[in-house]
Write a new protein. Structure first.
Length: 342
């Protein structure tokens, strides 16, 4: 198949997207597809030199500074479709993170144009990216999620409603960006001061102490449970993307009953949030054994060593096979016969 990988984007997760997209491009070629990588901000295909540089570089220690303007999200779909290579794809593989690339904006544009694309549609992305909405849906389905309050800046009220310690974060953030941990009133005051600069809704969530786990889902099946052991107090941006700052153990050393419980919960969350094709759902297990669902990732990281590909590898699916599976799922939606060819 002809595949165009959409990467870059205009969010503060642009660097992560570039790394994801470059590696997905290489993996899809290895799987036998005709592939090009298209930067949705610059409105052009990456050349071989740029692709190689991104694959070699990985993710920088600090998120990049904008501002950028995403041409696709701002209505310039013709920038993509008029390109003689990128605009003739059978499937558009989304390697975008944060902002318009993950909140459903670009998905809505592609959907309206009748184009086949990987991952969840506009509604699923909206539900998963809004942490307040997704937590409400989980709570209504009796899935345990930590206490939270939204758009509350009175520190004393937050301490009474949520309790210390807590995290203060953007409602639509990702990659642990725009996230502050508060362990006492002074830290909470500082976290709230930082949150006022987010230009987004703000969620304050109770901090759960314990073990952190993640469950990937591909094509309606839960992958082996993974455990995350960060070097820092939590799995922050540096721990996620810099080598040696976290242990990511697949499969996790956890008893079979707990693993099944998390896999079942991940599948339920995936369905409740109307996600499709693939996702990753994150959990904490506290000292009592209670499992708390933190969030669902509708476009999880997709470098070869990201959490979802590592879970797939633990299930016997190597990275090129995983990427191939995702584009074929998208092709099947548009034309049930199209995914049988290459």
């Amino acid at each position: 198949m002809r595949v165009t990988v959409l990467l870059g984007g205009a969010s503060d997760e642009r660097d992560v997207s570039l790394a994801t997209g470059a590696q997905m491009t290489s993996a899809l070629r290895e799987a036998g597809h005709e592939v090009c990588a298209f930067d949705t901000v610059r409105g052009r295909i990456l050349d071989d030199v740029e692709e190689a540089a991104l694959r070699d570089r990985g993710v920088e220690p600090d998120p990049p500074a904008g501002p950028w303007r995403d041409l696709i999200a701002s209505g310039h779909l013709s920038t993509l479709l008029d390109d003689p290579r990128a605009g003739t794809a059978d499937v558009y593989a989304l390697a975008l993170h944060g902002g318009a690339g993950e909140d459903g904006t670009i998905q809505g544009v592609l959907q309206a144009a009748g184009l086949a694309f990987t991952g969840s549609d506009r509604i699923g992305c909206l539900l998963a990216m809004d942490k307040d909405v997704s937590k409400r849906l989980m709570r209504d389905a009796d899935i345990a999620t930590p206490r939270w309050a939204t758009d509350e800046f009175d520190a004393q009220r937050l301490i009474e409603e949520v309790g210390l310690p807590m995290v203060v974060k953007a409602a639509n953030g990702g990659s642990s960006l725009r996230l502050e941990r508060a362990g006492d009133p002074a830290e909470l005051d500082a976290a709230l001061a930082a949150a006022r600069q987010f230009q987004d809704r703000v969620v304050a969530e109770a901090w759960v102490t314990g073990r952190e786990f993640t469950v990937g889902i591909v094509a309606g099946e839960a992958l082996p449970v993974g455990e995350i052991v960060p070097e820092h107090d939590f799995f922050d941006y540096a721990c996620k993307y810099q080598p040696g700052l976290a242990q990511e153990i697949f499969p996790a050393d956890v008893d079979a009953a707990a693993a099944r419980r998390m896999q079942d919960l991940a599948l339920r969350v995936h369905g409740i949030l109307r996600l499709r094709d693939y996702s990753r759902v994150d959990f904490m297990e506290d000292e009592t054994g209670q499992i708390w669902c933190l969030e669902a990732n509708n476009l999880p990281g997709m470098t070869a060593n990201s959490l979802l590909p590592r879970a797939a590898r633990a299930a016997g699916m190597e990275f090129p096979e995983l990427c191939d599976r995702l584009v074929r799922l998208a092709a099947e939606r548009r034309n049930p016969d199209s995914a049988t060819g290459v």
